[in-house]
Every structure is written in structure tokens, then in C-alpha cells.
Design a protein around this ligand. Sequence first.
Ligand code: ZN
Ligand code: MN
Length: 140
Amino acid sequence: MIIDLEKYRSKGLKLTPQRLAILEYLDGNTSHPTAEDIYRAVKKKYPTISFATVYNTLQALLRIGEIMELTIDPERRHFDPNTTPHHHVICTECGRIGDVFVDYSDKLRLPENITEEFTITSIHIDFYGVCRHCKKKKGG
Ligand code: ZN
Ligand code: MN
């Protein structure tokens, strides 16, 4: 695993061993973990790490634009180290979140009263459904 430390340093992120462990866990991670998921995973390597450290690191990474925060799950906030524009789908049974790499921007038209009022800078679509695993479990 290669993490570009200079990139984080140049953005003013102080790098401690614990923070590095968080970055390592997030690097290439497509599971959209919550702060609790990250805390649990990093704690295995750094048993003394506190939840506050994880939380503060996530806030710092959000501030410098290195991760995204997802609001798709009304229960918990999830984090995504992939900051390239994409959409998400969530299983309403188990909460699993998947990536949707389709650009819908040319298919979506907003009414004029909106575009007169707002310049749209990004679009994020949340899809809700039941995953294959949960569908099978329900006998569907
Ligand atoms: Zn599911
Ligand atoms: Mn994603």
C-alpha cells in the first residue's frame, strides 16, 4: 500500500502513527465505513486509539477534501475515500452501500426557476433497494 504522505502534509494534516493507520484502512476502501467501523478496525493494530482520534481525523480529512461524507443512511454517517463524483445505492435491509459510477448530469434537467436561482455544482443521487443477499434471505 502506497499512501502519498506528502499530499497530506502539504494540505496541513499532521501525521501520527494512529492517523497513518486510519489512512491505511481508508486507502482504496470501498465499504463506506462509519466512524465506528474505522475505530473497530484500527483498534486491532492500535489498542490505545480513542474514538475521538478517529473522529477528529475524519473531520480533518473532510476539511481537506480527502474523503466524502455520505448522508444516504439516516441512521449513521458513512465515509468514502473515493472523492471522484459518483452516486450510491443502499440496501434498506442490511445497510450495505454500493457505488454507482454513472454520470447522469446530461439526463437531468432542472426547471428554469431553479437554474435561475442556483448554479448547480454537483449532483449526488441515492438509490434505495434490497441487495441480492437480503432478497434471498427473505425468500424473494
Ligand atoms: Zn442487504
Ligand atoms: Mn462511494
